[in-house]
Write a protein that binds this ligand. Structure first.
Ligand code: ADQ
Length: 466
């Protein structure tokens, strides 16, 4: 079996063998099974003139290989191009993009440096799996150094339609870079079709089969691999005596009979202000929910050195303060806003103890919270999921109440429908949803990607590695 090499911006802690669910665990498990390396940034930012060395740590079959960024790299590659250009524009938010030529250079420079450091660690039949938008050009840089191993890429965020992608600086270079991979995975069929349209319409490409494209003198496979969760682990976490005790405690403390839950990083793509406005609309349109329903919104801080992120925090705090100011009573607080990360088992218990899961991103690659909410439910008395049509998860989870997150009246109506839904309908929808969440779980995502990569036609030789 080939050794696996995973590349991602941040490297998970693989020293802990027992962790609860999550994407990092699924990837770490694959490394433990096959042996391999997890390569990426160690999270440190050093002075511009400090030496940049790779640190290797070994945990049984698995190595981590990490390196720091210097301040200039951090500003240009990480904050600049990755988070101020690619993240907003791939989430259809060209208005939030901050374009400057230095950040593009920084992005190129860091990809070149990472490629040089990684190339030195590779063995001849390694299988390399690169993750996400920070490293689109990594394979092209590795190929330039003579790396011939199979390399796959998975994009965790959406891929925008051609008209939006055209506004991204250096888009042709980015598209060309994807053709240095042997396999490129997107979250949904619609992301894949956006990319294919761009290549056919703007890059003189040719479609050789459903998933094979030829352009820039190369042929590569582009397919969707919808990511999932570890359903069994999450369900089990939501069903422990400790979880039950947590649920009871919340109910004892709250006067409200129903709880709506939202859990998202504090990111503008997650539609948080629109969500609070929809909740306020619910209280306006259906006053019977006053004193009866609470919205618990859990949003840990993220990327705080990007300006758009501090703006969203202020807006959210202002809105929750205004709703609470207008509607609170001695014994009822309509919005409970928690601005920190919380343990996964508490999260699982909160999902199970909430009658409605409210997941309304304006745009999202997949959205694992929607799947976690479904997995945590009690199948005899499940809650209802209200889900944005613009989350990748909506392509699959069609039995959720699907909404347009920009339309506050529509979301308010969907919330009312969810809160008053009869148990038979909740059970029916939940059975269909859990079946889909199980079908596309994290193991299926990981193994189908790696299997496809192993079998993909290789530009160098057509032998299939095992
Ligand atoms: P994210 O944008 O981070 O991921 P999401 O898929 O929802 O979005 O995953 C977030 C994870 O963080 C979930 O497992 C959630 O439970 C956890 N989380 C969120 N808030 C938390 C809190 N306060 N405390 C503890 N845990 C918290 C990106 C893309 C998504 C894509 C994933 C995976 O933007 O579209 O689904 O990668 O590919």
């Amino acid at each position: 079996m080939s050794r696996l090499v995973i590349v991602s911006n941040r490297v998970a802690d693989v020293s802990k063998s027992v962790q609860s669910g999550g994407l990092a665990v699924a990837l770490a498990d694959a490394l433990r099974e096959r042996g391999g390396i997890w390569f990426g940034w160690d999270g440190r930012v050093v002075a511009d003139d400090a030496p940049i060395n790779v640190t290797i740590n070994q945990y049984e079959e698995v190595q981590t290989a990490t390196l720091p960024l210097n301040q200039r790299d951090y500003d240009e590659y990480y904050v600049g191009f990755s988070n101020n250009v690619l993240w907003p524009s791939f989430h259809y938010r060209l208005d939030l993009g901050v374009i400057d030529s230095k950040s593009i250079e920084g992005y190129r420079r860091v990809n070149q440096r990472f490629a040089r450091s990684l190339a030195a660690l590779l063995e001849p039949d390694d299988l390399i799996w690169v993750h996400d938008y920070h490293f689109i050009p990594l394979a092209a840089e590795l190929r330039a150094l003579g790396v011939k191993q199979r390399i796959g890429f998975f994009l965790h965020i959406p891929f925008p339609p051609p008209d939006i992608f055209l506004a991204v600086p250096e888009q042709l270079w980015l598209a060309r870079a994807l053709f240095s991979y042997d396999l490129v995975g997107f979250q949904t069929a619609s992301d894949t079709s956006n990319f294919i349209r761009y290549v056919l319409e703007r890059a003189e490409g040719e479609q050789l089969s459903e998933s094979e494209l030829s352009a820039f003198g190369c042929t590569t496979r582009f397919e969707s691999f919808p990511i999932g969760i570890d359903v069994g682990a999450f369900h089990a976490m939501a069903n422990t005596p400790k979880a039950e005790e947590q649920i009871q405690r919340i109910h004892r403390r709250s006067m409200a009979s129903s709880q709506i839950i939202g859990v998202d990083r504090l990111d503008y793509s997650k539609g948080l202000p629109d969500r609070l406005r929809a909740f306020r609309r619910l209280l306006e349109l259906y006053p019977e929910n006053r004193k009866a329903v609470t919205l618990m919104q859990i949003s840990p801080p993220t990327r705080e050195d990007v300006a758009a992120y501090s703006d969203i925090r202020q807006e959210l705090e202002g809105l929750s303060g205004a709703i609470n100011g207008e509607y609170s009573d001695f014994d009822w607080t309509p919005v409970r806003y928690i601005h920190r990360a919380i343990p996964r088992d508490t999260l699982a218990a909160l999902f199970r103890g909430s009658q409605v899961g409210l997941v309304t991103p304006l745009r999202d690659g997949m959205n694992l919270v929607a799947k976690e909410y479904v997995a945590a439910q009690d199948e005899d008395n499940p809650g209802a999921l209200v889900l944005s049509r613009f989350a990748g998860a909506a392509e699959d989870l069609v039995e959720a109440i699907l909404v347009n997150p920009y339309d506050t009246d529509e979301v308010a109506l969907a919330l009312q429908r969810a809160l008053t839904m009869r148990i038979e309908e909740r059970r029916e929808r939940h059975q269909a949803l859990i079946r889909r969440v199980r079908e596309h779980d994290v193991t299926n995502w990981r193994e189908s990607f790696l299997d496809r990569l192993r079998k993909s036609r290789h530009p160098v030789d057509d032998e299939t590695v095992t």
